[in-house]
Design a protein around this ligand. Sequence first.
Ligand SMILES: NC(=O)c1ccc[n+]([C@@H]2O[C@H](COP(=O)([O-])OP(=O)(O)OC[C@H]3O[C@@H](n4cnc5c(N)ncnc54)[C@H](O)[C@@H]3O)[C@@H](O)[C@H]2O)c1
Length: 390
Amino acid sequence: MIRRGVIGYGGRIHGSIDHVLRRLDPSVQVVGVVDSNEEGTRTRLAECDRQNAVFYKSVDKLVRRAKPDALAIGTRCSLHSPYAVQVARYDLPLFLEKPVAVTLKQATDPERAFRKSRCQVVVSFPLRVSPLCELARRDIAGGAVGDPVHVTAVNYVPYGTVYWEQPYRDYDIFHGLFRQKATRDFDYLSCLMGSPILRVTATATRGQVFGAKKKAGLVSSRCKEQDTCLESPQNHKRNGSGGSPSDHLCLFNVDCGEGHRFNEDASSALLEFASRAHWVYTQVFSSRRDAAACGATVSWYLGTVGFDWYANALKRVRHRSPFSAVERVGEGASHLGGDQELGYSFLELIRTGKGSRTPIQTGIQSAYACLAAVESAKQGRYVKVRQVSC
Ligand SMILES: NC(=O)c1ccc[n+]([C@@H]2O[C@H](COP(=O)([O-])OP(=O)(O)OC[C@H]3O[C@@H](n4cnc5c(N)ncnc54)[C@H](O)[C@@H]3O)[C@@H](O)[C@H]2O)c1
């Protein structure tokens, strides 16, 4: 039996335990939880965990009394780093949700804490370890494009309403979509190119699609425009565009944020790698339905390798011989198999003390790149990316 302690038992960590980890190893049990919402957590816990899990007021009590074999941190973004610093004191494998940090101090704190720690971490970066990204990485490392110098990467997010109609819009907790969202993309691209990001210039557009002047506290059921508003529950259902089909926060009111403290409608970055490769990246949150796209294209003298997680496929074109190929991934797994690979990686870490494919350094390095992008978008100039030294 694997005894698991969880700090912040929310929707994401519940999915990763119940739908991923327990399928790989049915002996996984949640034995202890630290969560400020005990009642909500109890309703979320699987039946078998509901009987065993004990709630604790602190990480220290959880570790000493529940004696877990491994820990997970699944709180919202702003608490990942403070809890990770606490967990670094223990010699226990840790599954840590992304982003690892949302401020510079939050990134340097775990860098310091993990320098001497024996706690090994699997950062929740499913894209980097997904079979599709791994295939692309192997193709590129094998010379499919020649020197990988030029990359474009896109994220046309079809479920972007969540960032305005759910708590994800709370800037104090999630700190915007360069940090909350782009962190996993910056990470997989760095892995794909086999090189760290050195400097970034970025821009962001806010308040042109979502967020506006409607009154504070407004929810769709109390809005006079719900028949015509494209984001009302009834229109979400009618036009098949995704978004919540039940009563939800207004996407066009003042609570969405203001100034820089506001999720971006779209944001873009130009990044330079240590290898001298450069990469154009953009994420947009108003795409819907078949416009969904998330992936990268690497193209140079010898060929082009491009893949997309929504199309579930990788295309390789040989520029100098008459062959092109499309390879498809089997369907059905969350994050196209990336969550399962993270699960295997975490179980390996618990059993052998080795095997993390996304150690703490990957999470901190990606946070540094995201923070540089935020800074650049504010200042309108290139910003150097701090490099992890732990
Ligand atoms: N890796 C991925 O691909 C991926 C996908 C989705 C979400 N996420 C990340 O997962 C995180 C959680 O998202 P979610 O949708 O599960 O959120 P959620 O709100 O469902 O879960 C957060 C949990 O933390 C608890 N909590 C709040 N304050 C706490 C405190 N002080 N101490 C302990 N627990 C506390 C809440 O009660 C809740 O149970 C987010 O940071 C998000 O960015 C990652």
